[in-house]
Design a binder for this molecule. Sequence first.
Ligand code: TPP
Ligand code: MG
Length: 332
Amino acid sequence: MGKTKNRHKALGLSDEQVLEMYETMLLARRIDERMWLLNRAGKIPFVISCQGQEAAQVGASFALDREKDYALPYYRDMGVVLAFGMTAKELMLSAFAKAEDPNSGGRQMPGHFGQKKNRIVTGSSPVTTQVPHAVGIALAGKMENKDLCTFVTFGEGSSNQGDFHEGANFAGVHKLPVIFMCENNKYAISVPIEKQLACEKVSDRAIGYGMPGVTVDGNDPLAVYQAVKEAADRGRKGEGPTLVETVSYRLTPHSSDDDDRSYRDREEVAAAKEKDSIITFAAYLKEIGIFDDEKEKEMNDRIMKIVNEATDYAENAPYADAEDALKYVYAE
Ligand SMILES: Cc1ncc(C[n+]2csc(CCOP(=O)(O)OP(=O)(O)O)c2C)c(N)n1
Ligand SMILES: [Mg+2]
């Protein structure tokens, strides 16, 4: 028990930091839930959820140097981009495709995160294209003697793409400071994990590229924090890349355009919900005595105010001018 109690302290995290971690996870969840309501009300066109992956996303981000490191997230990474400094308002502007959306000025689908000031590198719709980009940025950092790591995420289905293998091999050969994090949520749209990989774990692939590979509980932000911290330390010491696999479960359908009842049964989803980090990490914080029902309500009220304000702001914000479609293609 004593050991359990001090889990975050043993990792060098303060009470304030783990509460902030939880608050970031909860903010991601509440924004995501609001987006589904807005979608079903016909107000926003599309949602692709972070639900079930917040612990992995936030736990990992807190282990990075968020002043120096580069994040190359994939579409579910709301927890990553919030931790790197994107705001709820900015995410809502993207969901409503408004001109002020910092990700793309409303041009890209939601989930195509990109924000220069926070070193969030924009991604493309073909999955896994962000992996070679992360490797390239790490190579540039190494050539310029910069103290930086690049952090790139992708789904387990996407770990079958050539881009993953080419990027991992190059980073392994050149010992680049890249943290490859596979967010294994057990499905690639309707395809279950057993039909995606012939090996047991995604992390088994690391050995082929000369890097360590670890699999951790993606519902446990502290386990993910520890794995990513070790990976970042290795990267900074010039020891090369690491592959971290976080195992959790996609709690929603693939996107707002998918109906998962056609390929997975409700019992399976219900069982996964019992391991939901939003519940289990709150229980940990309560167990160690730094959180209680009253503080939880305060936190939730504070977050709902942010979500409501972000929604109202984005809904009322103007769309881009039609001529803006001509911008950013050629240098001006
Ligand atoms: C190269 C490419 N092939 C197919 C698609 C269509 N697609 C979008 S998401 C997705 C599933 C990806 O699954 P996974 O990598 O496990 O990520 P998850 O959505 O489960 O987080 C597919 C096939 C795509 N965007 N790009
Ligand atoms: Mg998946």
